[in-house]
Write a protein that binds this ligand. Structure first.
Ligand SMILES: [Zn+2]
Length: 369
């Protein structure tokens, strides 16, 4: 890959100041994301499992730093501490920014820690896929002129309490760094599950209240606006057509159409008044262990003790142990995913990269509300 880039250099020098983007246009960043996913999640070629606040998480952070500086970014490293089980733990956030024509800023976030290593998870989809896609997007943006400023945040220690993103929001509020932020996109598990959804925050503030209170925020600060979700949906139609667009889940008990809970890094941003879109690959149609909450990601029978296709739930809800979950399990590794869903993760990853690049490089999707 590096050889290829070097061989393109004389061409880009020849093109000079013509403003032509032909060298970057010929690169398929969707495909590059798959290479990054191997570097992140593969047990032998990559980093593999990276539980919060372990040396493996730190190695993952160092890999991110090297990639992003290699693309030419100034990388802000933001160390933080948090309490877990009465112990003080530490981790780091990594932040880059690409200036656009406007100071108005869109944040894209993808947590880089993983969990479930005790069950065999290597964090391929949760959240190697989100990180790989965000890294490929960061690389591509270096070659683009943007209408809006784009800030990409890689939070640490998400899996044990959204620690990195909550730290980021807390310090950004203290330092007036959110005033220009008009949208936040959360990439968490953007591949693997049966459908790729885009959600808005929940219209019921109660779903987010405990997270917001951790930030000292209240209902009057909260934002459940749907227009960033709808902008993402529109971009997905323009890139993939009606058949390949993001899915907006229909209404289910506890979840109005296209709305989701506070269990990932978008939560702190919604609390701080920023409209969010959350992309995840799962299956909201399944009546899972706790109902229709999207925690069961697939109907693939391998991921169930016994799946009752007619009623879209476990054959025996009392004894089911697997519940169609990929994240945090033995199935969240590249070899198992390829066995269960040949070609799926690669395709979902590529689509996500192309859809978000479409949205970030055009001024026709996101507007200030
Ligand atoms: Zn996650």
């Amino acid at each position: 890959m590096k050889k290829g880039i070097i061989s393109l250099l004389p061409i880009s020098i020849l093109i000079g100041l013509s403003g032509c983007n032909s060298d970057s246009d010929s690169v398929d960043y969707g495909k590059k994301a798959t290479n990054y996913l191997v570097s992140i999640a593969d047990e032998i070629e990559g980093i593999g499992a990276r539980e919060a606040s372990t040396p493996e998480e730190e190695a993952m952070g160092n890999w991110l730093y090297d990639q992003l500086t290699g693309f030419g970014y100034d990388v802000e490293v933001q160390p933080f501490t948090y309490q877990k089980d009465e112990q003080l733990q530490s981790s780091k956030n990594y932040i880059i920014e690409k200036k656009g024509a406007s100071e108005k800023t869109i944040i894209l976030a993808a947590h880089y820690d993983s969990t479930g290593s005790d069950h065999g998870s290597l964090g391929a989809t949760d959240n190697g896929a989100g990180v790989a896609a965000a890294v490929a997007i960061a690389e591509s943006l270096m070659h683009e002129s943007l209408p809006y400023t784009v800030r990409i945040l890689f939070p640490g220690a998400e899996e044990n309490g959204l620690n990195g993103s909550l730290h980021y929001v807390r310090q950004a509020l203290d330092n007036n760094q959110l005033g220009n932020v008009i949208a936040m996109i959360n990439y968490d598990t953007v591949g693997g599950g049966d459908y790729v959804y885009v959600h808005a925050a929940h219209t019921d503030y109660g779903e987010y209240q405990s997270t917001c209170e951790k930030l000292g925020l209240s209902e009057s600060d909260y934002n459940a606006d749907t227009h960033i979700r709808d902008a993402m949906l529109k971009a997905s139609i323009d890139v993939k057509g009606e058949d390949g667009k993001y899915t907006v889940h229909p209404e289910f008990p506890g979840y109005p159409e296209g709305e989701t809970g506070s269990w990932s890094d978008h939560a702190g941003f919604a609390c701080a008044g920023i409209p969010i879109a959350y992309v995840e690959a799962t299956n909201f149609n399944i009546n899972g262990k706790w109902g229709y909450d999207g925690y069961s990601q697939t109907t693939n029978s391998t991921a169930w003790d016994c799946y009752d296709a007619e009623n879209k739930t476990a054959c025996d809800r009392g004894s089911e142990s697997k519940w169609g979950k990929i994240w945090h399990t033995e199935f969240d590794r590249l070899d198992k995913l390829e066995e269960l869903f040949p070609g799926r993760v690669e395709q979902q990853l590529s689509d996500n990269v192309n859809i978000v690049l479409q949205l970030l490089t055009s001024d026709s999707y996101i507007y200030e509300k």
